[in-house]
Write a protein that binds this ligand. Structure first.
Ligand SMILES: Cc1cc2nc3c(=O)[nH]c(=O)nc-3n(C[C@H](O)[C@H](O)[C@H](O)COP(=O)(O)OP(=O)(O)OC[C@H]3O[C@@H](n4cnc5c(N)ncnc54)[C@H](O)[C@@H]3O)c2cc1C
Ligand SMILES: NC(=O)c1ccc[n+]([C@@H]2O[C@H](COP(=O)([O-])OP(=O)(O)OC[C@H]3O[C@@H](n4cnc5c(N)ncnc54)[C@H](O)[C@@H]3O)[C@@H](O)[C@H]2O)c1
Length: 507
């Protein structure tokens, strides 16, 4: 989050949230003696570091300048997934004619009600991250204020000097605003402000088609905004499997989202109550007019104002530099989460925080590179991935065998009316070793964990094949991938031998 952040609108739910994660009457403790661990930033990475270290008996200080819970709770995963769920309910109700639901065509969507539901759920979830809980139940010294290093072993917050044996830098990232003339002046929403809206923009331009842009473009379109998704690359979700992205592009177009791909944003300006964008594709300029602009064009690390120079911590525009043990260039200071990670996900922030606890407080040598990282973009259908893409494997000189099961071949997906998508696995050629997998399905995120488990535990695809999956489930697609692998092993020679054996049995 940026230091401009405030919770809006002023509602009972938001006041409950504020009371939990940034209580106005909070009195910082008075530091006495050295801390085992000073944690800067109380997003997922910082909260997990602080709670874990304190539960092991360490003296811990947790410093947060805005709101405990960070992006995930306040302006990221939690509000976005609540909104996405509501938009899915609207979409399903509208498109359930085939299931025998009558009247969907005439249905109205209530965006304000969906936002209120989001605020209520977010406030409820915020209890886990509350300052009081961290202080009274977990025994952590919670300081509210901007943390700034003044020496390699000292952090200053609100005039207090916190001395530490070790520190964990968990200050996260914020939306990066592309340096496009007029964009900031015209006014644009980011993940910090979009969940504070109280009414639906009739026309919305979404800049960037990464996870933020794709998830929110579809959610707003389903509530009834006329959405234009602007992406400078040639396709949406540029990092994902291209067949996966193509399925999503088709779904987006079908739902009325305008895709402006390969489009450069040249200039933005306000014109009366509307905002105008000048785009350029193949050297040809064209304008679009909208009521609001949402930017989801990548993240910028929160390195400013931290006194990193005084602490001897090196950083660049992608964040704080760490080694494989998540140690910065100051050996006392470790880092976890978006501030240092190429993978900017809550579950990675959590996993890295656990590494930091082990490596900083104890003689642990756990490596960041040992993590198997799955992820999922919560569009409809969802796109989930773990491990390598085919191109990664080929670039490493590995020979790859790719197997794909379309969900049209999976009974449960057909019965659910969710047959658009596939489960795909990349194997090390000549073996069942899983290099990576992509699943495109309505609940792909719920299925990718099984493949992540197999990779993490060193189990091959055959182990998934030997595992009975309940029928009918969409997860059966993974077992079907294993069947497909086994069929491929049936070489003409093996087939001939088996035929001979069976002939002999009949004699
Ligand atoms: C719209 C959106 C949706 C997302 N959805 C998902 C999802 O579904 N699944 C998923 O895995 N990930 C998702 N993410 C990514 C996820 O939110 C981040 O990866 C995660 O929050 C990173 O946690 P963190 O602790 O590293 O940083 P943050 O959550 O950014 O926390 C850093 C904290 O440090 C504080 N801070 C910064 N500087 C200082 C300072 N000098 N002193 C004191 N405090 C400071 C900040 O105020 C902040 O509270 C989403 C992100 C966005 C934007
Ligand atoms: N479901 C999830 O787990 C989830 C959801 C949301 C965000 N996140 C995390 O947040 C991070 C940030 O997400 P994001 O979507 O903001 O960033 P991103 O880097 O993933 O995607 C940004 C996209 O914006 C495009 N872009 C950048 N500048 C542009 C411009 N001027 N004009 C047009 N297009 C432009 C890029 O080409 C890219 O496709 C992600 O890397 C992800 O780790 C995760």
């Amino acid at each position: 989050m940026s230091d401009q952040f405030v919770f809006q609108p002023d509602t009972a739910e938001n006041r409950e949230l504020e009371a939990n994660v940034c209580p106005k009457s909070w009195i910082n403790p008075v530091p006495s003696g050295r801390y085992n661990l000073v944690v800067v930033g109380a997003g997922t990475a910082g909260l997990v570091c602080a709670a874990g270290a304190a539960s092991l008996g360490a003296r811990v200080a947790l410093v947060e300048r805005l709101a405990l819970g960070g992006d995930c709770l306040n302006v990221g995963c939690v509000p976005s997934k609540a909104l996405i769920r509501a938009s899915r309910a609207v979409f399903d109700a509208r498109h359930s004619g085939g299931f025998g639901v009558v009247g969907g065509d005439a249905l109205l969507a209530d965006f304000a009600a969906a936002l209120q539901r989001m605020r209520r759920l977010r406030a409820g979830i915020s209890r886990h991250d509350s300052a009081l809980r961290f202080r009274d139940e977990l025994g952590v010294d919670v300081y509210l204020g901007q943390g700034t290093f003044t020496a390699p072993d000292t952090l200053q917050v609100e005039g207090a000097a916190l001395h530490f044996a070790k520190a964990a830098l968990c200050t996260g990232a914020r939306a990066a605003i592309p340096p496009v003339p007029g964009l900031e002046e015209a006014g644009c929403l980011t993940n910090e402000t979009v969940f504070s809206l109280t009414s639906l923009p009739a026309r919305l331009a979404v800049i960037g088609s990464g996870p933020v842009g794709c998830e929110l473009a579809q959610a707003f379109a389903r509530f009834g905004s006329k959405v234009t998704l602007v992406e400078r690359g040639s396709g949406i979700l540029g990092r994902e499997d291209r067949d996966a992205a193509a399925i999503l592009e088709t779904a987006f177009r079908r739902e009325g989202i305008e895709l402006e791909l390969g489009a450069k944003l040249v200039r933005a300006w306000s014109s009366g109550s509307e905002k105008r964008l000048l785009l350029e594709r193949d050297g040809v300029g064209f304008e679009i007019a909208v009521d609001a602009i949402l930017v989801g064009a990548g993240r910028a690390p929160n390195t400013e104002g931290l006194g990193l120079e005084a602490a001897g911590v090196e950083y660049d525009k992608s964040g704080v530099k760490v080694n494989d043990y998540l140690q910065t260039t100051n050996r006392r200071i470790y880092a976890a989460g978006d501030i240092c990670s190429g993978y900017k996900f809550t579950h990675v922030a959590d996993a890295q925080a656990r590494i930091v606890i082990e490596n900083s407080l104890f003689p642990g040598r756990r490596k960041n590179s040992s993590l198997t990282v799955p992820w999922c973009t919560y569009t409809d259908p969802e796109v989930a991935h773990v491990g390598m893409y085919q191109a990664d494997a080929l670039a490493r000189g590995l020979k790859v065998e790719t197997l794909t099961i379309p969900f049209g071949d999976v009974d449960r997906a057909v019965l659910d009316g969710e047959s658009e998508g596939f489960a795909r696995v990349h194997l090390k050629k000549g073996s069942d070793v899983i290099l990576g997998a992509t699943i495109v399905a309505r609940h792909a995120g719920e299925m990718i964990g099984e493949v992540a488990l197999a990779i993490n535990a060193g189990l091959g695809l055959s182990a998934i094949g030997r595992t009975i999956h309940p029928y009918p489930t969409q997860a059966e697609s993974l077992r079907k991938l294993a069947d497909s692998y086994n069929r491929g092993r049936l070489t003409p020679r093996v087939k001939k031998l088996m035929g001979a054996w069976l002939r002999w049995q009949r004699e």
